[in-house]
Design a protein around this ligand. Structure first.
Ligand SMILES: *Cc1c(COP(=O)(O)O)cnc(C)c1O
Length: 341
């Protein structure tokens, strides 16, 4: 099977397994796990923030951010197809008790003027706007990179109105690789950021939430409340450290494989609907009069795994556990399938 469902399926490398085996550990709830401390310090440095917190998942990192920034009854502004809105099981409502106000983006980027117009004024009828959330790269927009300029304008609006900006940067390192600039080009324009180490970077587990010192101190308490205070967690922080320090450089290889696949899918007659900037390709199969579910099933029978991304949309994601030969093979198999329709 060639597995292009997600970059989350990547398995830990030899170096990660070795690092886990050899990790120095302690009780992290007591602040005594040296490997976690080293990871958090390095992550804060790379992300250009005062402090960082190792969390179990991207969802946990985003939810802790919303819980820490907001109070129940607040309203948060976020993109209509953002992960926090679309894919986190309603957690912002269930856990933080905030309501969402969504703004449709253009390739994931919200219009700053619409954001400013959506900020609530002081009025007893209104909820208070508690947070602006951005997503970079934007998953449902097909791994689109939010331009630094868009983030900069939104951040200045946030500052003007004293509203914090959180970035769901599950794939922020992909964005950084795509524009060939350090990740701080983006993180300069947010208060807090969540990055996944378990996607393209290949760690078995974990995300980082980074921000100011006081924010992270409160976030640490929310993590504990949610049952996320872990003990000898250096065992997973060690491979996460390898992911963070050794795997960023190679993300551009995933982007090259995505281009290779995009070309192949196009020439097979599939309609690629996103501008492929990173490691995600989205195709529309409606012209074959089949559902995305049917296409994914047929493709699986040929030996390739992808995921549905809407009634007629299918997503392919490249990652380090799939090589250029397998991409070529995928193109051959897709050609065969498409000519059978
Ligand atoms: C994957 C993803 C997350 C959540 O990460 P998990 O570790 O799966 O909880 C959050 N935001 C975006 C944009 C993602 O792609």
């Amino acid at each position: 099977m060639i597995d292009l469902r997600s970059d989350t399926i990547t398995k830990p490398t030899e170096a990660m397994r070795k690092a886990a085996y050899e990790a120095e550990v302690g009780d992290d709830v007591y602040g005594e796990d040296p490997t976690v401390l080293k990871l958090e310090e390095k992550a804060a440095e790379i992300l250009g923030k005062e402090s960082a917190l190792f969390v179990t998942s991207g969802t946990q990192g985003n939810q802790i951010a919303v819980l820490t920034h907001c109070r129940p009854g607040n309203e948060i502004l976020l993109e209509s197809e953002s992960h926090i809105f679309y894919y986190e099981s309603g957690a912002v409502a269930a856990l933080a008790g905030v309501q969402t106000r969504t703004i449709a983006g253009d390739r994931g980027a919200m219009n700053p003027m619409e954001i400013e117009a959506s900020i609530r004024s002081v009025d007893q009828h209104f909820p208070e706007t508690g947070l602006i959330c951005l997503e970079n790269t934007h998953n449902r927009a097909g791994g689109a990179v939010l331009p630094v300029s868009n983030m900069a304008v939104i951040y200045s609006i946030g500052q003007k109105h004293h509203i914090p900006v959180h970035v769901d940067g599950a794939r922020l390192f992909n964005a950084s690789a795509a524009i060939n600039q350090p990740v701080t080009a983006f993180t300069n324009y947010c208060d807090t950021v969540q990055v996944c180490l378990s996607k393209g970077l290949g760690a078995p587990v974990g995300s980082i939430l980074a921000g100011g010192k006081d924010f992270i101190a409160s976030a640490r308490k929310w993590r504990k409340r949610l049952g996320g205070g872990l003990r000898q967690v250096g065992i997973i922080a060690a491979p996460a450290y390898v992911a963070l320090t050794e795997m960023r450089e190679r993300l551009s290889e995933d982007h090259e494989k995505a281009k290779q696949l995009e070309d192949g899918l196009n020439s097979a007659g599939l309609k690629v609907i996103n501008k492929v900037e990173t490691n995600i390709i989205v195709v529309d199969v409606s012209e074959f009069n089949i559902t995305s579910e049917q296409f994914v099933e047929d493709l699986k029978n040929e030996g390739v795994l992808a995921v549905t991304f809407g009634p007629t949309l299918v997503r392919f994601t490249t990652h380090y556990d799939v090589n250029p030969q397998e991409i070529e093979q995928t193109i051959v198999l897709v050609n065969k399938l498409v000519s059978s329709y």
